[in-house]
Design a binder for this molecule. Structure first.
Ligand code: NAD
Ligand code: ZN
Length: 417
């Protein structure tokens, strides 16, 4: 009778060698973006449906954080949010009355706001199956998203963007973060939200400045992805500037879809490579934001960055000159100013300080510098270096162009008045 071996065979002791085992681990995620109107009307189920998507039978726990600027313009909002959850009490409940945080870039500039949100998540025992509902502009969404992504290594986040920029661009994305050490978005994570809900009605109380600012991201994505959309923006610039709600809704929706399509199909949703094709105009924009101590809104800086890189694309022989005319005109018709004195600031050696933005951009992405420029409306092209003399010329062009406009404008104003 053969003896049964009861132990696993011992590893062969005489084999000493290096080895590597690589397993491909694929993690799929659903990014659900809903478009609705009147999201907090008690008859509107879009929000609770989104919360209950995975476990329709459960009663979900929600902690809501609201943007203070949004609440200042809509003082009834915290009450509306409470009433909404009362009306849907069998499906979802607030863990506490909504928390209101400051709005705007200030919430990203030091970590007190993040710590405040984290402290509430801790006190309320928000777990990984509960929801954080972030309602506000891009800055509040970035900050709250960062808190949600780091608490318990990731609590479910539902974003409800309330600015044009956040609905058309940042709210859709997978990024969050805050600024640190003087660097924009130095701390942050890539974390897909559980759901995003865009309600165009929430845009009605935006200041004119913020309504305009967000449109530059639509121009940006149109220029690198969709020439017909750029033509549409160009044709509707006047009604967009006048905040025609149908035009604005169409801008937000199409821009959001293009951003979403990029995340879903680019093959690099977490930006592991050094290319960031949708960040056209952003190397200069990020630098201009910090040079102005965030006096320029992100969207305003992006408009200048787009103008600069379009002029550069012409000077570098990449795209036809007429494209620069139509891009700059469209931005101006939307209400953007394409000059800021920060463009004129120079280091001790006389080099425009905005040029430091190139190296900072490279550092932020890692690896080789990769900048998207334009070949035509709707067609981007990647380059790995930029000629500083040509950038300086493009800056001069912007100054001259805007100088001409400033000479014209007071005259127009007098004529009108
Ligand atoms: N995560 C990303 O992928 C991504 C992408 C682009 C931009 N961003 C970030 O987004 C931020 C800019 O966001 P933003 O342009 O939305 O500006 P913002 O968040 O600074 O908001 C602008 C102002 O509008 C107020 N506000 C918000 N909604 C309102 C409403 N409906 N009515 C009245 N006031 C309202 C805010 O309180 C604030 O004062 C920047 O920090 C930028 O870096 C992030
Ligand atoms: Zn941007």
């Amino acid at each position: 009778v053969a003896k049964r071996e009861t132990h696993p065979p011992a590893p062969a002791e005489d084999v000493v060698s290096d080895s590597t085992k690589t397993h491909r681990v694929t993690v799929a995620f659903d990014l659900a973006v809903h478009f609705t109107e009147g999201v907090f009307d008690s008859g509107n189920a879009a929000l609770v449906d989104a919360l209950a998507r995975q476990e329709p039978q459960r009663r979900h726990r929600v902690f809501a954080v609201l943007d203070g600027g949004l609440v200042a313009a809509n003082p009834q909002l915290p009450g509306e949010v409470c009433r909404y959850f009362q009306a849907h009490a069998h499906r979802a409940a607030l863990a506490a009355p909504p928390m209101v945080v400051d709005g705007g870039e200030a919430v990203k500039n030091d970590d007190r706001a993040v710590r405040g949100v984290l402290a509430r998540l801790h006190e309320l025992r928000i777990d990984r199956q509960s929801f954080v509902l972030a309602v506000g502009g891009g800055a509040v969404l970035d900050m709250v998203g960062y808190a949600a992504a780091t608490a318990h290594r990731g609590v479910r986040l539902v974003r409800l963007p309330t600015t044009v920029l956040a609905q058309a661009d940042s709210g859709i994305g997978v990024k969050n973060g805050i600024n640190a050490f003087g660097k924009k978005n130095f701390l942050g994570t890539f974390a897909p939200p559980f759901a995003v809900i865009n309600d165009v009605r929430l845009l009605a109380t935006l200041s004119e400045r913020d309504a305009i600012a967000g449109m530059s991201e639509a121009v940006k994505v149109a220029l690198v992805r969709d020439g017909l959309f750029f033509e549409w923006l160009r044709a509707h610039a006047a009604s967009l500037r006048a905040r025609n709600s149908r035009a604005l809704a169409a801008l937000v929706r199409h821009s959001a879809e293009l951003h979403l399509r990029h995340i879903a199909t680019s093959g690099d949703p977490f930006e592991l490579g050094s290319a960031r094709p949708l960040d056209f105009g952003h190397w200069a924009a990020h630098k201009l934001e910090s040079l102005t101590a965030y006096g320029l809104r992100h969207g305003e800086a992006v408009a200048i960055g787009i103008a600069l890189d379009t002029l550069y694309s012409v000077k570098a022989g990449l795209c036809p000159e007429r494209l620069a005319d139509s891009v700059l005109e469209t931005l101006e018709r939307l209400g953007f100013s394409l000059w800021d004195e920060a463009l004129a600031t120079r280091s001790a050696s006389g080099r425009p300080r905005v040029l430091d933005g190139l190296e900072e951009f490279r550092e932020h992405l890692g690896g080789e510098l990769t900048i998207t420029l334009l070949r035509d409306a709707g067609v981007g092209v990647e380059v790995h270096e930029m000629d500083e003399r040509l950038i300086a010329h493009a800056i001069e062009d912007l100054r001259e162009r805007t100088g001409r406009l400033t000479l014209i404008r007071p005259h127009r104003a007098r004529a009108a008045g």
